[in-house]
Design a protein around this ligand. Structure first.
Ligand code: CA
Length: 254
C-alpha cells in the first residue's frame, strides 16, 4: 500500500497537533527564554490553550526561528545570554518582514526606566516576572486579535478560509468569496465541525432543517456550487467527498 508522503516541515508540525490535517488557524507562539524550566512551563500552558509553540534559547536562535517558522507572536525574555532581548526586538523591528510582528517582553526588571526602554525598542507589551499565566494569555490573545492572527467572536477559521458570521462575509487567502444563502449555511456548518463526515441526510437536517423535504441529491448540487465558489485556481479542494458516506470539510482529500 502506498503511504501518502508529506513535506518534512508539515510532518514535524503535525507532531504538536491533534489528529487531522495541519491546522493553520492555530496561532504560533515563539518563546525566547534561556531558563529551560520557564520555557517548558510556558510551552505546557500555551499548548494546553490551543497554541502551537516554538522555542529559542538565545537571541540569534530567535531571529533564525522567526525567519523560518514565522510565528504570530514572540514572547521575548529581556535577559538573554549574548544578545539581549532589547537588541533582538530592535532587529525584529528593523527587518521589513517582521516589522509588525507582535512582541511581548518578559522581564524581571520593574524599574520604570527599563520598561520604557523596552517599549521604545518596539515591544508591543511587557510583563514582569513572576507573572500570572492568565494575565499573559490575555495579553497574547489581545495582541493576536489586533494583528488578525486569532479569530474574534463570531468568526470561524479553517485552513485559509475565514467566515465572519456577524458581517456575513467569507474570505479565502484574504480574497472575498461570494456565496448563496444555502452555500453560506452549508460552509458555516462544516466549519463548525471540521473533518467530520456528514451524510446527505444529516446535512439536510442541519442546513435545510428537519421539516424541509428535498431530495438528498439537492445536497450534491449545493456542494458543487460551494466548491466552485471557494476553490480558486490552484487552491486545495477543501470539500472532501467520501464515497457512500457523504462530505466533510478537510484538507486531506482521501
Ligand atoms: Ca533570562
Amino acid at each position: 500500500m502506498l503511504e501518502p508522503r508529506m513535506p518534512a516541515t508539515q510532518a514535524s508540525e503535525r507532531g504538536t497537533m491533534p489528529e487531522g490535517a495541519v491546522n493553520l488557524s492555530k496561532p504560533l507562539v515563539l518563546i525566547v527564554e534561556d531558563e529551560a524550566a520557564l520555557a517548558t512551563m510556558l510551552r505546557y500552558n500555551l499548548e494546553k490553550q490551543g497554541f502551537r509553540v516554538e522555542e529559542a534559547a538565545d537571541g540569534q536562535e530567535a531571529l533564525t526561528r522567526i525567519a523560518e517558522a514565522q510565528p504570530d507572536v514572540v514572547l521575548l525574555d529581556w535577559m538573554l545570554p549574548a544578545m539581549s532581548g532589547i537588541e533582538v526586538c530592535r532587529q525584529i523591528r528593523r527587518r521589513p518582514a517582521t516589522r509588525d510582528l507582535p512582541v511581548i517582553m518578559l522581564t524581571a526588571r520593574t524599574e520604570d526606566q527599563d520598561v520604557v526602554r523596552g517599549l521604545n525598542t518596539g515591544a508591543d507589551d511587557y510583563i514582569t516576572k513572576p507573572f500570572n499565566m492568565e494575565a499573559l494569555l490575555a495579553r497574547i490573545r489581545a495582541l493576536l486579535r489586533r494583528s488578525g492572527a486569532m479569530p474574534a467572536k463570531g468568526q470561524l477559521v479553517f485552513h485559509d478560509i475565514m467566515m465572519d458570521l456577524s458581517a456575513h462575509r467569507v474570505q479565502r487567502n484574504a480574497r472575498p468569496i461570494h456565496l448563496g444563502p444555502t452555500e453560506f449555511r452549508l460552509l458555516e456548518f462544516f466549519m463548525q465541525h471540521p473533518r467530520r463526515v456528514f451524510t446527505r441526510e444529516e446535512l439536510l437536517d442541519a442546513v435545510w432543517g428537519p421539516d424541509i423535504h428535498v431530495e438528498p441529491r439537492t445536497v450534491d448540487v449545493h456542494i458543487r456550487r460551494l466548491r466552485k465558489s471557494i476553490n480558486g485556481a490552484g487552491e486545495l479542494d477543501v470539500v472532501r467527498t467520501v464515497r457512500a458516506a457523504g462530505y466533510a470539510l478537510d484538507t486531506e482529500p482521501v
